[in-house]
Design a protein around this ligand. Sequence first.
Ligand code: FAD
Length: 381
Amino acid sequence: MKIKILGAGPAGLYFAALMKKDDPQHEITIYERNPRDATWGFGVVFSDRALEFLRADDQALYEYLTPHLENWPEITIVHNDTHIPIAGNGFSSIGRLELLTLLYAYVEKLGVKIQFDTEVNSFAQLGEADLIVAASGAFSWVRTENEDKFGATTDWRPNKFIWYGTSKPFNSLTLTFRETDAGVFCAHHYRYKPDMSTFLVEVEDATWKQAGFERMSPEDTIRYCERVFAKDLEGHPLISNNSNWRNFPAVWSERWSFDNVVLLGDALRTAHFSIGSGTRLAMEDSVALFKAFKECGTDLKAAFARFQEMRLPPMKKIWDAANVSIRWYEEMDKLVSTLTPVEFAYSYMTRTGRVSHAEVRRRDPRLATAYEALHPEVAGT
Ligand SMILES: Cc1cc2nc3c(=O)[nH]c(=O)nc-3n(C[C@H](O)[C@H](O)[C@H](O)COP(=O)(O)OP(=O)(O)OC[C@H]3O[C@@H](n4cnc5c(N)ncnc54)[C@H](O)[C@@H]3O)c2cc1C
């Protein structure tokens, strides 16, 4: 097949790799608007069992990527000055640019062509293609210009976030919540290489307005956030990479394809960064679309139907959990001010409704016991 892919993010790159590896006859080109060495953001995390989801389908890629990951067995919740480590929540991370660079090399070795510095704005620009894969991220024009065909919706969430990095190497994935005169500030921070960490700051809209960020310069915004998190940063600076305050778009699509066009990854749906699954979901989409083609050959209609049938149930579960998680952060001011540190950490652990008290006890008996001391009614549940 002649396959044209928009976007050299994890979704497009991994789908290209799977197809080309399976059948070198496929002619695959990826169009990427950015230069080879440019990307936004710093590191990304994989929740739970890191790249285990790849192991069964792609041992070679699993072994290729795994040595580049930073891993921790626990996360830490910081409620003002109280640090509560929570066991049983494994996370891994990698620099986004490092992950992409590894994937570029992997697909190019297989014979996939990547055209960098090439923005595609219309299907006509792609010329002849048997299959067009729109893996062009959360703001993909392919989806926004065809919303009716895809039954697509975008729910802009009210919290504001800004993605910084810092030279402080944190020892675990940490969620730090600090009360200030303007409201609660949350930082999602974790090391993704020995001397660099991601440091994403999130606030409720009222806090953002109260702090005056609307009229603040980028430099003053950094200084403000550094002051809020001075105890955590211990003198290390926050580092910008085109960092701007943004709202999170919760994207969903009822239908995933039309004609010879299919959506993949964030273009299809987004999952809030607080559950650390966006990159994994994108790569799992690629596995499912590849498997659908493996089953259905060049029958596009059948392959697209099979893709959605196979992928929807597991993906929807994570998407639903991500949307509950978003709403927990949208209540952070109330939660931080009304809960004790132990109750707050427990609330975080159980926020998606998928972790029962018994599961908290299994993962971290110390936290379960501390919570039972405050709420004896949950003991034994
Ligand atoms: C603040 C933030 C933090 C995140 N943190 C995490 C995290 O910790 N862990 C995690 O797993 N995920 C995280 N994510 C999500 C993760 O980055 C995405 O879910 C993942 O990258 C999706 O992969 P993708 O390939 O679908 O899209 P993307 O990675 O967005 O790739 C799309 C590519 O398409 C290109 N493109 C777009 N339009 C065009 C065009 N018209 N022509 C040519 N090229 C085009 C873009 O330049 C981009 O390279 C985060 C996202 C955000 C916004």
